[in-house]
Write a protein that binds this ligand. Structure first.
Ligand code: TRP
Length: 326
């Protein structure tokens, strides 16, 4: 089975776009691949965080991932800081990547332009990400366009390390997931749904009250025509509803369009389908949120599994580097 690694930052509330675009696919992948899912709390530290908020956000992210159906017996799901080998591997990667390579990372350029405090960690961020990936003998990393550069640098680091010190790391490749809907903002359907939405009405969060989700769909922006047709360029609002409905019902947006002659029923049906998809997730989330001991147990299980693989890889890397065994 293909070893697949995905990382997610704990900060930022999960919305419908994250869920239909990526997380639902995580749930599917665990059955088809040897999947490793990591909540990258150490990466979150590259910008200053409020400790209480970071703590709560990490716990919430773990509970939400479990609630969406990630099965800790099937996949390996863990918190990055629980597995010290990641920090250790990060240093080994920092000494293998060059200053020039890191300086070319577009995400660093974007983030550092906006930050008042630019930590050294923000600059070396891709080295820690490379450690995440390489420590687990990862073959594939499903990512969006924005992360492709980080996977390419990881591959370069692995190649350089292997050629300097001998075969140590598996060379990973980026894969753009085939499935996964591109969910647009319900009020500004030309833009991707995002947590920095202009109006909260356009953003559907996975943990918001179901009534409020329903309302947001009923008030979704459409257009001044009346025809229901899947045509994202000419009819972004209507097409967004159709593709969301298609994603949650495993249907086809063109086919679904044929069943509607008015916008009202399309909105109602999409609202209902989304609410019914989210309802069990929220119910399971509530259970976990009320049982922190169970969450801790499951994260402990994940960390143990992750540590086993990571420790083996780190030992191999240290030996090949000529570090003295302790
Ligand atoms: N950099 C990724 C992001 O911002 C998160 C991440 C950290 C990651 N380590 C990873 C993603 C390893 C894939 C593989 O979304």
């Amino acid at each position: 089975m293909t070893r697949v690694f995905s990382g997610i930052q704990p900060t930022g509330e999960i919305h419908l776009g994250n869920y239909l675009g990526a997380l639902r696919n995580w749930q599917k992948m665990q059955h088809e691949c040897d999947a490793v899912y990591c909540i990258v709390d150490l990466h979150a530290l590259t910008v200053p965080q409020d400790p209480k908020e970071l703590h709560a956000a990490t716990l919430r992210m773990a509970q939400l991932l479990l609630a969406t159906g990630i099965d800790p017996e099937k996949a390996t799901m863990f918190v990055q800081s629980h597995v010290r080998e990641h920090t250790e591997g990060g240093w080994l990667m920092e000494t293998t990547v060059s200053f020039g390579e890191l300086r070319r990372m577009t995400q660093f350029k974007d983030k550092s332009e906006r930050a008042d405090f630019i930590s050294a960690g923000l600059f070396t961020y891709p080295a820690l990400q490379a450690a995440d990936i390489l420590l687990h003998d990862t073959e594939e990393v499903p990512v969006g366009e924005d992360q492709k550069q980080h996977i390419e640098i990881t591959r370069d680091i692995a190649e350089r390390f292997n050629s300097r010190y001998g075969e140590t790391f598996v060379l990973p490749k980026a894969v753009i997931p085939k499935t996964g809907a591109r969910v647009m903002d319900l009020q500004n359907p030309e833009n991707k749904m995002s947590k920095s939405a202009e109006s909260p009405q356009g953003l559907v969060k996975l943990l918001e009250p179901l009534k409020s989700i329903e309302k947001k769909f009923k008030r979704a922006v459409t257009d001044t025509e009346t025809e229901v047709r899947y045509d994202p360029a000419a009819k972004p609002g209507v097409s967004n509803l159709l593709s969301i409905l298609a994603a949650v019902t495993d249907g086809d947006p063109h086919e679904l369009a044929k069943g509607y002659t008015q916008y009202g029923p399309l909105k109602t049906d999409t609202a209902e389908a989304v609410v019914e998809a989210i309802r069990p997730i929220q119910a399971r989330y509530e259970e976990l949120a009320n049982d922190p001991a169970e969450t801790a147990r499951l994260l402990g299980l994940g960390a143990d599994k992750a540590r086993e693989v990571a420790a083996r890889t780190i030992a191999r890397a240290k030996k090949n580097l000529g570090l003295l065994e302790g």
